[in-house]
Design a binder for this molecule. Sequence first.
Ligand SMILES: Nc1ncnc2c1ncn2[C@@H]1O[C@H](COP(=O)(O)OP(=O)(O)OP(=O)(O)O)[C@@H](O)[C@H]1O
Ligand SMILES: [Mg+2]
Length: 267
Amino acid sequence: MVALAETEASSLRIQQVSKSFPAPEDPLTRRPALSNISFSVAAGELVSLIGPSGCGKSTLLRLLAGLDFADAGELLIGSEPISDPSAERGLVFQDPNLFPWLTVRRNIQAGLVARGVLREKREEVNEFMRLVGLGSFANAYPHHLSGGMAQRVALARALINHPKVLLLDEPLGALDAFTRMRMQDEVLRLWQARRTTMLLVTHDIDEAIYMSDHIMIMTPRPGRIDRTISVALDRPRQRSSPDFLRLRGDILEFIHFAGNASTENKS
Ligand SMILES: Nc1ncnc2c1ncn2[C@@H]1O[C@H](COP(=O)(O)OP(=O)(O)OP(=O)(O)O)[C@@H](O)[C@H]1O
Ligand SMILES: [Mg+2]
């Protein structure tokens, strides 16, 4: 278990990052998606990103994953500039994207096989399957799994690479409300076991409050960080405690205000 308890996290720093895309109506002009974004996430923190659809949350995660390039600004993991994809930055999407023809075990170890390190990591695959509660499903195929189980495979598949940062793009968005709450506890448990830095995109304000150290609220497109709220509640958090509900009310009010101000900007 030593390997699982290691602290492997890195900080993230985003400095004055902008990104635009060709406008769909006129590909010769560019339309800004992110405008001069700056923020940082300390090593081992869990930070949520919330904001209206189209404000650039996935774009930002793709830049951090190294899948796309910024027009301007700097993205750093620790003190290293991010220039290309790397196993040190894991990415989990709403859709678990499992290989349907591979068993749970083979899905989880696919990255290790690709990197040619399976032989020395085989025992770790077993540990990760236990960590996400799928030890007895090693030989099951994705179509045998519930949505929550499939998403746990996706999390294990990302974590097995020992990422220094885990980028989560609405990873629980497709789950029903009860499974989602259970999975929030699962992700928190993994985070507490590994202390991986996590950046979580979510549309669910309760999820953001329940899980995060800080919540960053983005403006409508072109996205900027409008406000960062620190969640100073002890864990495990009580979803119906007065402090939780007060924070929820504050955020809802803030977003409502941001929403009203944004109607003319909507695409
Ligand atoms: N590859 C692309 N080509 C052109 N435009 C793009 C591309 N990717 C994103 N965009 C545009 O950039 C803006 C931000 O998109 P993005 O997917 O980052 O939003 P989002 O905040 O993740 O939204 P949602 O909450 O709906 O997932 C949108 O206006 C989108 O149309
Ligand atoms: Mg998105």
